[in-house]
Design a protein around this ligand. Structure first.
Ligand code: RM4
Ligand code: MN
Ligand code: MN
Length: 434
């Protein structure tokens, strides 16, 4: 047998070997871009450092192959449990340099918290927001969520759902998380099924119990979603409901914007601007969408929209809006790609949008807006958006000892083949979201 020893894609020596032949070209491209930006009055270094400091959390559920309600086509070497998931997340971070934290979903990722924390520490990872799940029934669960959870008409079901969320907070505390993300599927499929006002009132009551259990340094992130699985009326269906809930709960309740949870054509950057104004923008679930909650890779369908969202965030920084620290998390379903590749690529696309937003000449834009020079204002944004910032992104990865070309390095490591041998295919979910 001529089997070479398996390559660990997290090994710094392997990564620098992959980088070696690419360094000279990168330096040349970076210098050209630096000169171009200089002519526009922009310094490249601060942009590169800002990109190097950019972080986005990996959703634990994103590293397995996703599916639709029609089918799931499992890929080779899928993670079998949360520890395998952590290992995949560590590969994504080692190569991208941008994803040091993981967002867990409970009870999908149930495990002994101490063991989880220890393994994460060994892998150099931390934990971002924990996500509760009251949209499915678990084996052995006393009461069903078929007709709702936090807003169910039966107080005993509401109590069970509240208790699950408080349990998630306790686990999250043991892991070092600082936020609970609350997304509920509650709603109605038929007009008349649910009393629209009372369902919202019940939500506020249940969420207040969860909020009361939050540790002092935690945040409650309220995620809205227009439809699915409820197809007529979802209780927290839009940012209006989310904002009302966050405002009535208290200062540490904030709104989370999942990009895919809006109707097509909705102006998401404007929602972002409004939530910033209200001091209630708590975080993002990044992904892309063409029609609904498609959970496609960030920046793959409408990169300009992603840029415009980052433009609002950078503008708020520029205006020194205080206390704005939105959590960045990916929330995607990888049905036809290798999830590790998609997640690496998505982290890069977020950094791209961020870098482009940093290139907007804000003084010029403000001046154009003031003078109603519409064409030049629009061009100021387009000029930043159409700048190829690829060398900045690669240079930022180098700064983090990550890979200049992370996907190429990942493929060269043959990590997926190694996993295919170590993680035999298991029976189980062939349909559904995970
Ligand atoms: C939902 C929503 C939540 C995610 C679940 C799996 O559509 O995006 O954030 O936890 O899917
Ligand atoms: Mn989401
Ligand atoms: Mn979703």
């Amino acid at each position: 047998m001529n089997d070479a020893p398996p390559v660990n894609p997290r090994d710094p020596n392997f990564i620098s070997q992959c980088n070696a032949p690419l360094r000279a070209e990168l330096e040349a491209d970076y210098d050209v871009l630096a000169r171009q930006l200089q002519r526009r009055g922009l310094k490249i270094e601060p942009v590169m450092h800002a990109v190097a400091d950019f972080r986005v959390a990996i959703p634990s559920w994103g590293v397995g192959t996703g599916g639709t309600r029609f089918a799931r086509f499992p890929g080779p070497g899928e993670p079998r449990n949360v520890f395998d998931k952590l290992e995949d997340c560590a590969v994504i971070h080692a190569l991208s340099g941008a994803t040091p934290t993981v967002s867990l979903h409970l009870p999908w990722d149930q495990a002994e918290p101490r063991a989880l924390r220890e393994r994460a520490r060994e892998l150099g990872l931390g934990f971002d927001a924990v996500n509760s799940n009251t949209f499915q029934d678990q084996r052995g669960q006393a009461l069903s969520y078929k007709f709702g959870s936090l807003t169910h008409t039966d107080p005993a079901v509401r109590e069970q759902a509240v208790a699950h969320n408080i349990g998630c907070i306790r686990i999250g505390e043991a892991l070092g998380s600082k936020a609970l993300t609350l997304w509920i599927a509650d709603g109605a499929n038929f007009p008349g099924q649910q009393h629209l006002a009372h369902a919202f009132e019940r939500y506020l009551e249940s969420a207040a119990e969860i909020y009361a259990a939050l540790p002092a340094d935690w945040r409650l992130l309220i995620e809205h979603k227009m439809y699915e699985p409820a197809f007529y009326a979802t209780v927290i269906q839009d940012w209006g409901s989310s904002l009302m809930a966050a405002q009535s709960l208290g200062a540490r309740a904030l709104c989370l914007v999942d990009l895919g949870h809006h109707a097509p054509h909705v102006n998401i950057e404007m929602i972002v601007a409004r939530l910033i104004h209200a001091g209630k923008l708590g975080g993002f679930h990044f992904n892309d969408s063409k029609y609904g909650d498609d959970d496609l890779d960030a920046g793959s369908i409408d990169p300009y929209r992603l840029f415009l969202i980052f433009n609002e965030l950078v503008d708020a920084q520029w205006r020194r809006v205080s206390a704005l620290q939105p959590a960045h998390m990916l929330d995607q379903s990888h049905n036809v790609t290798d999830p590790i590749e998609s997640l690496i690529n998505s982290a890069i696309e977020l950094q791209r949008a961020y870098a482009q937003a940093l290139l907007v000449d804000r003084a010029q834009l403000a001046d154009c807006q003031q003078r109603n020079d519409v064409l030049m204002a629009a061009r100021a944004l387009k000029r930043a958006f159409t700048t190829d910032v690829t060398p900045i992104l690669a240079r930022a990865r180098l700064e983090r000892s990550a890979a200049i070309d992370p996907i190429a390095a990942y493929r060269a490591s043959a990590y997926r083949n190694q996993c295919a041998k170590l993680r035999p295919v298991r029976d189980g979910s062939r349909s559904g979201i995970v």
